[in-house]
Design a protein around this ligand. Structure first.
Ligand SMILES: Cc1cc2nc3c(=O)[nH]c(=O)nc-3n(C[C@H](O)[C@H](O)[C@H](O)COP(=O)(O)OP(=O)(O)OC[C@H]3O[C@@H](n4cnc5c(N)ncnc54)[C@H](O)[C@@H]3O)c2cc1C
Length: 460
């Protein structure tokens, strides 16, 4: 009989429980403990590793510094590298750099125009060490179920405790779900409505030594006109090492497997089509690859009486948006500000919940709908050209994040409404352009029928 079955059920009492020790969970636990809460972070994994390595947008470094990890320190300890530009490369080898104008760094704008790439293994290790030092207890068990009061009443449902597969019961006043997009524990448990963008996609990646190492993000676009986009990221995560990854719809990866290719073959074959990447594979042709499948999805109603959903469990944005880390750290900061504010009352007010819910939903829909319509689907990309589309996407995306950072909407309804209205306006314009494009330039759609696997258009 396994030892766990013989164990006495353990009951623990604490102030706050965070489920998941990914980026959002560790950030939330750190903010909570700094605000005087006793925190238990429950994480099912005992071993960490094979993490992608991320290219950050320009808002993320400030959020790291709020956690006590300023940019310069992340660089000097080789946890991160500078991201000095974003380069888009087409399959014909032509390329274009995108970066915010240097003048924005000067008064009166004073915009931080520097940002980073993360070595996530090292970042997570730093965050775990920080959380541990501050007093967060990490329990290596798997959350299996919740004890919920008023379960059938969405406005009143309250979590009393959670039970792990190993038999531990944790009773707490506050619960933060940072279980990531696959698990989405509370979203699934409460049957929350969600909005999905695009097909389920697959990412295949490896960390490779690179001689021609540049301090910038390179995006290599695999797809030709008329087809749903596939792409490769190249991100320097520490001096001499880059994270290189291929992203494609699951149907495309399946079709390549049907041709007899293994996961590693697919990865190497796609990367080798770009001369710049060939060199990395010549040096080390047999790197171990990691895979993940993901669906861009945003939940509605992610904050309740005494629980909040954060990070990818609340909203998974497409990796190409570079908004995942910013969203995870922002959710963590905003959720903990709510919990701190309502600590003595014990219940987050209905208005405060509605404001948080509105913002998480609006940001998730904004980034995912823009990237899906502008980049992945060929209608606008073929009309504006890849570089034109990159500009049309990056400028509003960057400005939105900058505006968000500056106006700090947090618990303010007015500021939330302003930022959400701006995002809605950009979405409506993109939606209009997309449908005009699809109507007058329907050729893209008809060309796709010739290749139903690669060229499928997904309803939005
Ligand atoms: C392929 C890919 C590339 C990306 N690239 C970028 C990028 O370039 N830039 C960017 O900004 N973002 C990027 N992202 C997004 C970014 O990685 C995430 O937003 C970020 O890691 C936040 O994740 P998280 O903490 O919310 O969830 P996760 O990292 O998934 O953490 C969830 C944790 O919860 C644990 N858990 C789940 N279920 C249970 C359970 N029942 N009990 C206990 N523990 C549980 C899991 O083990 C895990 O440790 C990318 C994502 C992917 C998939």
């Amino acid at each position: 009989m396994p030892g766990s079955l013989l164990r006495e059920p353990l009951v623990i009492e604490t102030d706050a429980v965070v489920i998941g020790a990914g980026l959002s969970g560790l950030a939330a636990a750190t903010h909570l403990v700094r605000n005087g809460f006793r925190v238990i972070c429950v994480e099912q994994r005992k071993e960490f590793g094979k993490v992608v390595g991320e290219s950050l947008d320009w808002s993320a470094p400030e959020l790291f510094s709020h956690l006590g990890l300023p940019m310069e320190e992340l660089i000097s300890t080789e946890v991160a590298t500078w991201k000095r530009h974003l380069t888009v490369t087409r399959s014909d080898g032509s390329r274009k750099e995108f970066l915010p104008g240097a003048w924005l760094a000067d008064p009166p704008w004073n915009v931080e125009i520097r940002t980073l790439h993360l070595d996530r293994d090292r970042t997570d290790a730093r965050l775990r060490e920080l959380a541990h030092r501050l007093g967060v207890s990490i329990l290596n068990e798997r959350v299996a179920d919740f004890a919920v009061l008023d379960e059938q009443n969405p406005r009143a449902r309250r979590i009393l405790g959670l039970r792990t597969q190993e038999g531990t019961f944790i009773r707490a006043s506050w619960f933060v779900d940072a279980s990531g997009s696959d698990a989405s524990l509370l979203g699934k448990r409460f049957g929350l409505k969600s909005f999905e963008y695009g097909p389920r996609k697959v990412a295949i990646w490896s960390h490779l030594p690179t001689q021609e190492w540049v301090e910038g993000t390179n995006l290599h676009m695999v797809s030709s006109p008329g087809v749903y986009m596939e792409w490769i990221w190249e991100i320097p995560i520490r001096p001499g090492v880059s994270s290189i990854g291929y992203v494609a719809p699951g149907s495309s990866v399946k079709a390549q497997r049907a041709m007899g290719l293994g996961t590693q073959d697919i990865f190497v074959r796609q990367c080798r089509s770009f001369p710049r990447l060939q060199k990395a594979f010549d040096q080390d042709p047999m790197q171990e690859v990691a895979t993940a499948s993901f669906l861009c999805r945003t939940y509605e109603g992610v904050c309740g009486t005494n629980w909040v959903i954060i990070g990818e469990a609340a909203s998974q944005s497409d990796p190409i948006t570079g908004n995942g880390v910013t969203a995870a750290l922002r959710h963590a900061e905003e959720a903990i500000a709510l919990i701190r504010h309502y600590r003595h009352r014990g219940t987050i007010s209905f208005a405060a919940r509605a404001i948080y819910n509105l913002r998480v939903k609006a940001v998730g829909l904004y980034f995912n709908s823009l990237i899906e319509k502008l980049f992945y689907q060929p209608v606008l990309r073929d009309r504006l050209g890849l570089f034109g589309t990159a500009r049309v996407y990056t400028v509003p995306a960057w400005l939105t994040n900058l505006f968000y950072t500056r106006i700090r909407p947090s618990r303010s309804l007015l500021r939330t409404l302003i930022i959400c209205s701006l995002m809605a306006a950009v979405r409506v314009m993109t939606w209009g352009e997309y449908h005009i494009g699809a109507f007058f330039f329907g050729m893209s759609a008809s060309r796709q029928q010739a290749n139903p696997v690669e060229g499928q258009i997904y309803a939005m």
